[in-house]
Every structure is written in structure tokens, then in C-alpha cells.
Ligand binder design. Sequence first.
Ligand code: ASC
Length: 154
Amino acid sequence: MKRPFPSILLTAAALVGMATALPAAAQFAKPEDAIKYRKAAFTVMAAHFGRVAAMANGKAPFDAKAAADNAEIATTMSKLPFAGFVDGSDKGETKAKPEIWAEMDKFRAGATKMQDAMVAFNTAAKGGNLDAIKAATGEVGKACKGCHDTYRKE
Ligand code: ASC
């Protein structure tokens, strides 16, 4: 019997669909994989946010196109790290404080605040007005710092 789509392709397509539709449902074989994942996502987010922040702070020349491109990536990345704060990932190579797991609702609220600030920042970056970008950058920075002060070691 000849089928139009071999079932292996259908299975592969279904897996790809799941992986792209549900980043928040990222699965981890081991707690250390979740730790690596969230650190990687934060690292990429910070790199791209930082490029715009450098422009906002006058440490890099303002380039509207680069600001918009980097803000878009930072905003996309901001959606990813929090899926990595799974149970059991409070121990290992991490600066995450145990308070995160004791106050998960509060922690998630802080994450949402940052993600919302990122969306506003992305809008500002697309608008190309440096003063608006400066203000929105400050709001994202505040949201980052808010959680770092409470939930990050050192
Ligand atoms: C950044 C970055 C952070 C935040 C934080 C804001 O660019 O990498 O972690 O801003 O420094 O206070």
C-alpha cells in the first residue's frame, strides 16, 4: 500500500509542530538540562537587549534598524527562560535562589512584568524614537533588576 505521507514524516511534523507551538512546555530529561536551557535563553536575551541598551545609554551609536532587530530577538527570547524553572532545578550550576520555588506565583508575576516591558520596548524600538527607546529600556532594566535583587544569588 502506498500512502501519500509516510507515517515517520507525519510523526516528525507533529513533533516539530509541538515544539514550536509550545515553547513553555519544553521538556527536560534532567534538572541540569533545564538549568542549561534557561541560562542559555537569558544569555541570548541579555546579549540582544544589551545591544539596544548600549545605544540607549550612549555607549554605542544609535542605529534604528539594529535597535529594532535586536529588540525583536530579545522580546522573543524573553518568552523562553521561565519554562526552565522546573521542580528539582533549584540545585546545581545555578544562581537561582530557592525562594523562586517557594514563591513561584510571585516569581512568575515578575517574569510577566519583564515580558510585558519587553513587548513595550520592542514597540518603542520599532518606532525608532531614541527618547522612547531610552524610557522603554529603563523599564526593562528595572524589571530585570527587580527579580535579580530578590531571586538571584550574589
Ligand atoms: C542588562 C542585563 C541585565 C539587566 C540588569 C538591569 O542589560 O544583562 O541583567 O540589564 O543589569 O539592572
